[in-house]
Design a binder for this molecule. Structure first.
Ligand SMILES: Cc1cc2nc3c(=O)[nH]c(=O)nc-3n(C[C@H](O)[C@H](O)[C@H](O)COP(=O)(O)OP(=O)(O)OC[C@H]3O[C@@H](n4cnc5c(N)ncnc54)[C@H](O)[C@@H]3O)c2cc1C
Length: 288
């Protein structure tokens, strides 16, 4: 199918973007990598009168490290994210997740900002930024505000972006020396959206974890932090009994809606399998 006709603008500054958004309101859509938006236009799920192409804003495509913060511009492509030495060093969880996103052609166009703004509940990067405790920079005509990633995702394909605002950057505190991370997902074929996935960030303490944020995706309306399982896993040394107790505790954390991939029970089972794999990988150092 072909999209409904639309007008196209490619502004050269953020000020021009905000001006266009103010003038066209709901009739306008931001175009980043186009890897989700163009599909929705082609399927006529959306018919904006104007596309505002932000690919000319090179300042949004940078990755920098300064003042103890890793700053990733919203226009950084998935492929650039995975290849960045700064990301690999300071936020390896993101680099580990990238190969699971779709296929190389899509990763070469899709952007981190587009993925977060689209807020697909089965997407990898939303779960990663929540696990990493990222701050998201949202910019509008009156300036920028920062929001913790966990407050950004407000529902199924819903975010805290206000009308007229753009997601401009993702900021992460630089990783502590004892930080560790783990990532895995179960999909029908490599490159498909996950049936269930898990991104986890933490720090080790002796034979266990001092801190742990396990965030599941594909099991709810957005990223789901497994707080009950984390409480079990950080309460003492990791052994088989503790891991089993954490897997059991996932029943308190997750209430997966049944979907094409399986029943709620099947998805909870898959989440328990993933938790075991990821935590053992983090504990043995093979996941960080
Ligand atoms: C076949 C296929 C398979 C895929 N598989 C996966 C997968 O396994 N995992 C996964 O995570 N993704 C997958 N994707 C989606 C891909 O990762 C997209 O790149 C991503 O979801 C959207 O990024 P984009 O830059 O292409 O955004 P676009 O498609 O350009 O935009 C998406 C939405 O976000 C808005 N938007 C974009 N940037 C901003 C911004 N900076 N501020 C405010 N709003 C903004 C747009 O207006 C639009 O509503 C797949 C896509 C395809 C086509």
């Amino acid at each position: 199918m072909k999209p409904a006709p639309f007008a196209y603008e490619k502004p050269r500054s953020l000020a021009q973007v905000f001006d266009l958004l103010a003038r066209h309101g709901d009739e306008a859509k931001i175009l980043a990598g186009g890897q989700s938006l163009i599909a929705t236009l082609n399927m006529r799920l959306s018919a904006p009168a104007l596309l505002i192409d932000i690919n000319g804003l090179s300042e949004l495509a940078r990755i920098t490290v300064a003042d103890g913060v890793l700053r990733i511009g919203a226009l950084v492509r998935h492929a650039a994210l995975g290849a960045s030495a700064e990301v690999r060093r300071h936020a390896p969880l993101l680099a580990r997740a990238v190969p699971f996103i779709a296929h190389p052609a899509i990763r070469s166009r899709g952007t981190i900002g587009g993925s977060l703004a689209f807020a697909d509940p089965a997407a990898e990067l939303p779960a990663c930024v929540v696990a990493l405790g990222a701050q998201l920079e949202l910019t509008g005509p009156r300036g920028a505000r920062k929001l913790p990633a966990r407050a950004f995702f407000t529902g199924l394909y819903q975010t805290a972006l206000a009308p007229g605002e753009l997601l401009t950057a993702i900021e992460l505190p630089l990783g502590a020396a004892d930080a560790c991370c783990g990532f895995d997902e179960l999909a029908r074929r490599h490159g498909d959206y996950a049936m269930v996935g898990l991104a986890a960030q933490g720090s080790r303490a002796g034979a266990g974890f001092a801190a742990l944020t396990p965030v599941f995706f594909g099991v709810g309306s957005g990223p789901v932090v497994a707080r009950a399982a984390a409480a079990v896993l950080t309460a003492g040394a990791l052994d088989a009994a503790r891991l089993l107790a954490a897997q059991a505790a996932l029943a308190e954390d997750l209430d997966p809606p049944p979907d094409l991939h399986g029943s709620a029970r099947t998805k909870l089972h898959l989440a328990r399998v993933l938790l075991g794999r990821v935590i053992l990988g983090m504990a043995t150092g093979s996941s960080s």
